[in-house]
Design a protein around this ligand. Structure first.
Ligand SMILES: N[C@@H](CCC(=O)N[C@@H](CS)C(=O)NCC(=O)O)C(=O)O
Length: 245
């Protein structure tokens, strides 16, 4: 199997952690999506990571990919068992993917890190403060009421747990940390997810590539021990983003 994507994307990280939890063999093409080639557009029409290629199956969207992995490779399961809990897990994952995606990825991480580095944009500090001081704390209040006292959301680790911990890594990379005095259950739960070996591995790769430029990431990940694909869907110069246009 091939994953196009890298551990600095919370969506790609979710898939990479799921693959490791299931002990599956895969290679990574750790491109930054804005640098994708025309071949990347053919496998990812929104020019987004992650993409999973399993034989002749090409899949987009981290949630779709994780559900496929869980059905095709059921052990260990990454969804709870009962239909009601499965539905709850999907909603919690969706909240993370859409609300935390909007706040942490588009309005914080992209504004502070990706935009200035890739597109030479200047951060709008007032817009960032609205996220860090108002909207993200409100989202944390909502999450805190649902965070588990111990263990994970539904007993065993599931995709939704991975999703939350993945977004909070990007918040941290952009300088925002969960305050354990204000959101103690969330802080402790996210720390438990980060300590799961497959997630801890993803942090090691994240640290290896976070400072590297797009075209240096494959070498940085190879040096850290990852299996990197021989060919790449990435280019040397950015082509742009549907979202940031
Ligand atoms: N719903 C998608 C979202 C994927 C996504 O937005 N990925 C970001 C990286 S964090 C991306 O590829 N952005 C490139 C762009 O929008 O131009 C999923 O769950 O996979």
């Amino acid at each position: 199997m091939l994953v196009i994507g890298n551990h600095v994307s919370p969506y790609a990280r979710k898939v990479l952690v799921a693959l490791d939890l299931k002990g599956l063999d895969y290679e990574v093409d750790p491109i930054v999506p804005f640098y994708g080639t025309d071949a990347f557009t053919r496998v990812s029409p929104l020019r987004r990571i992650p993409v999973l290629i399993d034989g002749d199956l090409v899949l987009n969207d981290s949630t779709v990919i994780c559900e496929y992995l869980d059905e095709a490779y059921p052990e260990p399961p990454l969804m709870p068992r009962s239909p009601a809990d499965r539905a709850r897990a999907r909603w919690l994952e969706e909240y993370a993917d859409s609300r935390l995606g909007d706040l942490i990825i588009w309005r914080l991480f992209y504004a502070r890190i990706v935009g200035p580095r890739v597109f030479k944009t200047v951060p709008d500090e007032a817009a960032i403060a609205q996220v860090t001081d108002v909207e993200l704390p409100a989202a944390l209040d909502w999450i805190e009421a649902r965070a588990p006292d111990e263990g994970f959301l539904f007993g065993n680790l599931c995709t939704a747990d991975i999703s939350y911990a993945a977004f909070f890594r990007n918040a941290l990379l952009a300088g925002w940390r969960i305050d354990p005095a204000r959101w103690p259950r969330t802080a402790a739960w996210v720390a438990r997810v980060e300590a799961v070996p497959a997630f801890a591995t993803s942090i090691r790769y994240e640290q290896a590539i976070v400072g590297a430029r797009g075209h240096e990431r494959a070498d940085a990940m190879r040096a850290a021990g990852a299996r990197i694909s021989a060919t790449s869907f990435g280019d040397a110069t950015p082509k742009g983003s549907i979202m940031l246009r």
